[in-house]
Design a protein around this ligand. Structure first.
Ligand SMILES: Nc1ncnc2c1ncn2[C@@H]1O[C@H](COP(=O)(O)OP(=O)(O)O)[C@@H](O)[C@H]1O
Ligand SMILES: [Mg+2]
Length: 250
């Protein structure tokens, strides 16, 4: 038998976020296995799949809330899998978690500012706040209100805005459309596109709503039982008969 020539992970290929053959465990349960993908600068990459497929687990491992059981993570050519979450945020990754996780009894503004604690410069923080307000005028109008008094869609906008306050280069969004009416979903989708095109952020978008995610994504990966079973451009996967039957209800 020939010897295995590559016992170590491949060195990173370039800038961006590179996920190489990661596995993540909850005790005996291996929730994510051999997952590999790249988020290149300026791209929208979607992870789609059913409830329980391992999408949120993957995002938590990328941001540093869960340790890797195997594999490696590279950000701008450096290994980050041993860095704590705060360090990964300071270096350009941010996560807007599933379920929004706002502080309902704090104002919208104070919620946004909790995202900015890695940003030392007050003027720079203010500029990002203005950017968030320009992106979401309804958030600007409601800045003094308690976050808990906002509609679901408005709360999602605050949750995205809070992640933007960390001034990331890769914005990770976990189920931003969850529980929203179709019209509000469309607003969130348009905002994601503007964040990508105007603010030049790479977006890693996790969605159960495969149609919405595949329409937005430059590249996408389909998760089943902790593994990626299909990858392609958003358009390719929208046209894929397997994806259509399993995820698009065609
Ligand atoms: N905190 C946890 N403890 C144990 N098992 C978990 C935990 N969170 C998620 N899981 C399990 O890990 C698997 C993947 O879950 P998750 O990543 O949340 O999926 P998705 O985000 O795709 O819906 C599921 O089997 C789920 O039940
Ligand atoms: Mg999830």
């Amino acid at each position: 038998m020939p010897p295995n020539p590559t016992p170590h992970p491949q060195p990173p290929q370039g800038p961006g976020l590179e996920v190489k053959a990661i596995a993540v465990r909850y005790g005996a349960l291996e929730a994510v296995r051999e997952v590999s993908f790249t988020v290149a600068p300026g791209r929208i990459v979607a992870l789609v799949g059913a409830n329980g497929a391992g999408k949120s687990t993957t995002l938590k491992a990328l941001i540093g809330l869960l340790p890797l059981a195997r594999g490696s993570l590279w950000w701008q050519g450096e290994s980050i899998e041993r860095q704590p979450a705060a360090e990964r945020v300071a270096r350009g990754l941010a996560l807007s978690p599933e379920g929004r996780r706002l502080f309902p009894r704090m104002s919208v503004l104070d919620n946004l500012l909790t995202g900015a604690h890695t940003v030392r410069n007050a003027a720079s923080r203010q500029r990002t706040l203005e950017q968030v307000y320009a992106l979401f005028p309804r958030v600007a109008e409601r800045r003094a209100q308690l976050a808990g008094s906002l509609s679901g869609g408005e709360q999602q906008m605050v949750a995205i805005g809070r992640a933007m306050m960390a001034q990331p280069q890769v914005l990770m969004l976990d189920e931003p459309s969850l529980g929203l009416a179709p019209k509000v979903m469309a607003e969130i989708a348009a905002a994601i596109q503007r964040i990508n095109q105007d603010a030049k952020l790479a977006v890693l978008l996790v969605e159960q709503n495969a149609r919405l995610a595949l329409r937005l994504a430059h590249e996408a990966h389909v998760f089943e039982q902790g593994q990626i079973i299909r990858s392609g451009s958003g358009a390719e996967l929208l046209a894929d008969p397997f994806v259509q039957t399993a995820y698009l209800g065609v």
